[in-house]
Design a protein around this ligand. Structure first.
Ligand SMILES: CC(C)(COP(=O)(O)OP(=O)(O)OC[C@H]1O[C@@H](n2cnc3c(N)ncnc32)[C@H](O)[C@@H]1OP(=O)(O)O)[C@@H](O)C(=O)NCCC(=O)NCCS
Length: 216
């Protein structure tokens, strides 16, 4: 039996798995699924283990047909938009936004105020710092050699605070991007970037330093 806070609104055809914790003033829209356990078939190369309950924090909104897996903690006033998927073991801190059709893979940490735009793919174990913006259809890879060699899941991607990744950019496995870094649309990030500034293209090049209010 799920634990419901006060003033919780639950739409039609919603599935909430046992143990799920739903705090006050949460809105869960039609067709959402909360607390789904990860499952693989016996021959899969990936071993997944059972997770604890999902927690939906106070004042959050889970959109139509969104799926929140077990063991994921959705922070206060966070929005997971229509048809977005947040896999198991993720921590979304307060006021995070996950856009429509975005996919957040397992064990990801999104700090306060992170915005993930529509259709983005956030790779397993990625950590994203406060107020960072991930543009539409940005993609983050984890498996560098695409199943030809063993995948090192420790090759996680990290992105600092107050950075912004332009739409349709690709971030390759194990890359660390620092604070206050802006990446232009359609870029390929194959090397770590530490120094604040605007970078574009493939190969990536620095265009300029940040000025005035661009630097946060
Ligand atoms: C990166 C960006 C912020 C740069 O803006 P800017 O500082 O005003 O830069 P400019 O437009 O003056 O361009 C500077 C140079 O970079 C090039 N450039 C700019 N953006 C580029 C991009 N995405 N890819 C490749 N080159 C780019 C320009 O052609 C120009 O080249 P030049 O010096 O050879 O003439 C912007 O172009 C961009 O890509 N923004 C991302 C938008 C986005 O994804 N929004 C999501 C909203 S939901």
């Amino acid at each position: 039996m799920e634990i419901k806070g006060k003033n919780v609104s639950i739409g039609q055809n919603v599935i909430i798995y046992p143990g799920t914790i739903i705090e006050d003033n949460v809105i869960i829209q039609d067709g959402a699924i909360i607390g789904k356990q990860p499952k693989m078939i016996a021959s899969s190369t990936l071993t997944l283990h059972e997770r604890g309950p999902a927690i939906i924090g106070e004042g959050s909104l889970i959109g139509t047909n969104a799926i929140i897996y077990a063991g994921t903690n959705i922070g206060k006033e966070t929005i997971v938009s229509d048809a977005a998927i947040v896999r198991e073991g993720c921590v979304l801190h307060e006021r995070v936004r996950v856009g429509k059709h975005a996919i957040v893979e397992f064990d990801v940490v999104l700090h306060k105020g992170v915005r993930i735009q529509a259709g983005a793919l956030i790779g397993e174990h990625t950590i994203i710092g406060e107020n960072t913006f991930i543009g539409p259809h940005v993609s983050m890879a984890l498996d560098k050699y695409m199943m030809r060699l063993p995948c090192n899941i420790l090759d996680k991607i990290t992105i600092g605070s107050n950075s912004a990744i332009g739409e349709n950019s690709s971030i390759l496995p194990g890359i660390a991007i620092g604070d206050n870094i802006i990446i232009g649309a359609g870029s390929v990030i194959s090397k770590p970037i530490n120094s604040p500034g605007i970078y574009v293209g493939n190969p990536l090049r620095k265009v300029r330093n940040l000025k005035g209010s661009e630097l946060r």
